[in-house]
Every structure is written in structure tokens, then in C-alpha cells.
Design a binder for this molecule. Sequence first.
Ligand SMILES: [Zn+2]
Length: 157
Amino acid sequence: MLLVSKIREGTVIDHIPAGRALVVLKILGITGNEGFRVAVVMNVDSARMKKKDIVKLEGYYPRIEDLMKISLVAPEATINIIKDYNVVEKRKVEVPKVIEGVLRCPNPTCISRKPGEPISSRFLLVSGSPLRLKCHYCGTEIGENDVIEQLVGGGRS
Ligand SMILES: [Zn+2]
């Protein structure tokens, strides 16, 4: 894997579904203007996934909530934390059983959408692959495309 040189410190996000690396960057809010080096490798061969994307972020470490968002669009992703050119920590993301506050229920009459209601959205995991989530309050289901659109599209709630 010498397509992109090794990074000294930072994070390598591996096993991203092919073609989805830019979605991952967007979810992390990384535009390329931050000043640190970003390497995106797309559609490389993978024993496990046939084709995959990889993102390398020099000097960047994701927060727990970032990992949760990554899991929604790249449920197979592995996060490698690099220090001094070595992988010091490797972990798989895990799609949480309950997702609170991150997504918006598409049902306009859902109680989680009522203005002034101190209830944040709450989705329950129905299936991980393909991704299906169900609103805890009204039962509306959303799929992978809705989730990507919400996380990436500027659709602020
Ligand atoms: Zn709802």
C-alpha cells in the first residue's frame, strides 16, 4: 500500500465503501482548508470489500461523535491512530443501537420536530446493512441515503 506515503501522526480511516471517502470527509467537516495534509485514495482493491476508499489525515484525531457518524456511512470502517509512523490503536467503528440528536425525523408532525419541545431526535437501529433506522417517537424509518443526505447536505435542522 504505497499509493500514498505513510503519515507520521494522525488517523487513517480504512475500509470505507468505494466512492464514499468524500462523504466521510464532509461528515467530519474537513474541507482541505484546515492546513493539515489529507490524502484520499479511492477505489483501491480490498480483499474484504473488493473495492474500498481510504482517508489519511495528518495530525488529526476524530472525536467519539465523529466515529459514530462515520459508522453510519461506513459501517465496516477501521480507524487507525498513527503515532511516529506506527499504528498505536486500531479499532472498528460500530453502528450504535440508539442515535440521539444527530439526525432529524422526516415526519413533520413528529414530536421531536415540535418547536420549543425539549426533545432531541432519537433513532433506533433496525438493520446495519443496509442501514435502516427508526424514529423512537413516531416510527418513521429512514435509510442510508436519507442519513447521508442529512449528514452531508447543508440541511440544518
Ligand atoms: Zn419521528
